[in-house]
Design a protein around this ligand. Structure first.
Ligand SMILES: C[S@@+](CC[C@H](N)C(=O)[O-])C[C@H]1O[C@@H](n2cnc3c(N)ncnc32)[C@H](O)[C@@H]1O
Length: 204
């Protein structure tokens, strides 16, 4: 099939539109997904040229952040997910070490302050370059009756324990309450590396 755009292997150029300010400074203690990072508050700082693009964003409870996992390492096509004990194909995982280390997170919008969007549930490291923000819309983004591949075999306890990685209170860990109830994000209280319990290069 012919295309009118760049050939499939051509390099493309992207420029950050901003930067993510996060409480997470250590990959080894950063939650592996927003669902494991409840209460982890930070700021999405958009560069001045794009500030007007934040108009109306605070009408949405959640947004997708698309970003560059700038501290990621060399990718391998087989990785052992952090939640699993068996190697899986890279593209069946959300491992940060990828040929193009793009990150995708749905985060909660708290408020907009000028060119700053205050958000919660961050699983990105402080200083992560931001490529885009898109509103999370149930009618666009929610699918029901889905299959979760190997992740369907991960029980809730393992998900909570391994997913938080010390960077957030595990959902449901405090007397049956979620960290959203308690508002606890351990990253705000722990010195970098203080709670490291897992290798930073685990596969996720
Ligand atoms: C498993 S990835 C998932 C990221 C995103 N939610 C996704 O699915 O694309 C999250 C992990 O990547 C690592 N990480 C976060 N920000 C990073 C960055 N800027 N560079 C490299 N690694 C990062 C942290 O160790 C964190 O636990």
């Amino acid at each position: 099939m012919r295309t009118t755009g760049p050939t499939s292997r051509a390099a493309l150029t992207l420029s950050p539109i901003g930067v993510i300010r996060s409480p997470h400074r250590d990959p080894g203690t950063t939650p592996i997904q927003p669902a494991c990072a409840e209460g982890c508050r930070g700021e999405v700082e958009v560069f001045a040229a794009y500030a007007a693009g934040l108009d109306d964003v605070d009408g949405f409870s959640h947004v997708h952040l698309l970003y560059w996992l700038h501290l990621s390492g060399t990718p391998s096509m087989k990785v052992t997910p952090f939640l699993d004990d068996r190697p899986r194909g890279l593209f069946a995982t959300r491992a940060p070490n990828r040929p193009n280390p793009l990150g995708l997170s749905v985060v909660r919008v708290i408020e907009r302050r000028g060119r700053i969007l205050v958000v919660e549930d961050l699983d990105a490291l402080d200083g992560t370059p931001l490529f885009d923000i898109k509103p999370y819309v149930e009618r666009f983004d929610v699918r029901t009756g889905t299959r979760g591949g190997w992740s369907d075999g991960v029980d809730d306890g393992t998900f909570r324990r391994r997913g938080a990685r010390g960077g957030a209170a595990a959902p449901g860990a405090v007397a049956g309450r979620s960290s959203a109830d308690t508002g606890v994000c351990a990253a705000e209280h722990a010195a970098p590396g203080a709670e490291e319990t897992s290798p930073p290069d685990a596969g996720y």
